[in-house]
Design a protein around this ligand. Structure first.
Ligand code: FAD
Ligand code: NAD
Length: 402
């Protein structure tokens, strides 16, 4: 009898952790492990706002998959997944097809524009290495262009960020570091370059207590970030955002949408039942009614029994799910009982640039300032260790004492 084939889709947090743990747990005789990813590298999704602002080099936020998994134990296929044919147990890729006995879908998130007119056409989104690098280069191009023109238009220097959730705020924090550097480089008066964050809700970062939000907002305002809170974006045009009931146009040379994400569209294409773009999985991380399909990370909702609501999707959650999914697949192969997933929350930290941040850490303790920024670097390096091991941390790690 041929050995069972485990196919993992996506080499982000959930997929890479699953693959590495499967390779550790299973002998080559027990199963064949296949990891399929669009690129030959893994990127740290949680660092993309830094790539997009140009405060880190894109190469720091990625590493080769062959550095993280042993290709003798995990067969690597670099291709795009188009569709899962559940009834036939096969995955359709752009360039080939792969059959499976066990499937792990960990294809992550995509930007969600909620159908706002013009958003997809006129705004950038931070979604992967290439889209993030493009934003950084576009911003720098606007500064270089402004400096070279005889009658430059100051709107070219405005950077408009739609959405004041985690991504939007961490991104404007990085911009607050980068913009003064660009002004210096291109001999531009700092007061001419604007960073504007537009948020529909009454507050930015609603997941934090008011005192931390007030701290974050003041810290960013002190470094030149302008906020338009309680201001829904109605439309994006080539000139900027149209906001509010009076349809005010805020003009900008660079427009970025960070207003939300949803699960990978491969899920819909493959006929999974979706709730807000993601699959509601059972406690053992399998799709209800599908004994051999696990859906992880930003492609799924996992119910938190304590709160009665799904756990918020994060890299931390995806990483922990990867471990449990691998253990459950090994248990299935060995006819052992499966375990339910329980999230161990290690806290939440938002950076506000390189040396500032806010966070809730274990036991409800709040941190802010340099300690939060340092903690964020520790969290980033821990996440890097989980997906890439010690080699990735040594090569790409962030932590340096201030
Ligand atoms: P991902 O890590 O996104 O991995 C998906 C993988 O699938 C990628 O490698 C992708 O290339 C691949 N892929 C996608 N489509 C295809 C396809 N069709 N075919 C083949 N391969 C494909 N969370 C935190 O916990 N802490 C943070 O500090 C934090 N910061 C963030 C900052 C930013 C700017 C953003 C956008 C998000 C942040 N998050 C953070 C959220 C976190 O990034 C996600 O929750 C996490 O990436 C989900 O992990 P995942 O494994 O589901 O997907
Ligand atoms: P989000 O959904 O958390 O935030 C989007 C924000 O955009 C919200 O505040 C929303 O009110 C606003 N918005 C939506 N429509 C709008 C409109 N028309 N006009 C103006 N504002 C509008 O999305 P995100 O910030 O990209 O985060 C995505 C996921 O990644 C979340 O689960 C988040 O927790 C996670 N994340 C975590 C971290 C971290 O832990 N440090 C960092 C980044 C992202």
């Amino acid at each position: 009898m041929s050995k069972p084939k485990i196919v993992v889709l996506g080499a982000g947090y959930a997929g890479l952790v699953t693959s590495r743990r499967l390779a550790q747990k299973l002998s080559p005789e027990e199963a064949e492990i296949v990891l399929i990813n669009k690129h030959n590298y893994h990127y740290e999704s949680t660092w993309l706002h830094e790539v997009a602002a140009g405060t880190i080099n894109p190469n720091q936020a990625r590493f080769m998959l062959t550095d993280a998994v042993n290709p003798k134990k995990v067969r690597l296929i670099y291709d795009s997944v188009l569709e899962v044919k559940k009834d036939e147990q096969r995955v359709v890729l752009e360039n080939s097809e792969v059959s499976y006995d066990y499937l792990v879908i960990a294809l992550g998130w995509v930007s969600n524009t909620f159908g706002i007119p013009g958003m997809e056409e006129n705004a950038f989104a931070i979604t992967d290495i290439d889209s993030s690098r493009l934003i950084a280069e576009h911003i720098e191009y606007q500064f270089a262009k402004y400096a070279s023109e005889e009658n430059p238009n100051e709107d070219e220097l405005t950077i408009l960020v739609g959405g004041g959730g985690f991504t939007g705020i961490e991104f404007v924090g990085e911009l607050a570091e980068k913009v003064p550097q660009l002004c210096k480089k291109y001999d531009i008066d700092r007061s001419k370059a604007r960073i504007i964050n537009v948020e529909a809700a009454p507050s930015i970062l609603p997941m934090f207590d008011e005192d931390l939000v007030t701290y974050a907002k003041k810290s960013l305002e002190d470094r030149g970030v302008e906020f338009r809170i309680g201001t829904p974006i109605k439309e994006a045009t080539p000139e900027g955002f149209i906001v509010g009931d009076d349809k005010e146009l805020i003009k900008a040379g660079t427009v970025i949408w960070t207003g939300g994400v949803t699960g990978n569209p491969v899920l819909a294409k493959s006929g999974f039942e979706l709730v807000k773009g993601k699959v509601n999985v059972d406690a053992d991380l399998r799709v209800p009614g599908e004994e051999n399909i696990f859906v992880l990370g930003d492609c799924s909702w996992v119910m938190d029994k304590e709160s009665g609501r799904p756990y918020p999707p994060t890299g931390q959650l995806a990483t922990q799910e990867g471990t449990v999914a691998a253990d459950n697949i090994a248990a299935l192969l060995r006819n052992q009982p499966l375990q339910d997933f329980v999230f161990h929350n290690k806290g939440t930290v938002a950076s506000l640039g390189v040396t500032d941040g806010i966070g809730n850490i274990l036991d409800g303790n709040k941190i802010r300032g340099k300690s939060a920024a340092a903690m964020k670097k520790v969290v980033d390096d821990r996440s890097l260790f989980m997906v890439g091991g010690a080699k990735a941390v040594l090569k790409k790690g962030k932590f340096r004492p201030f």
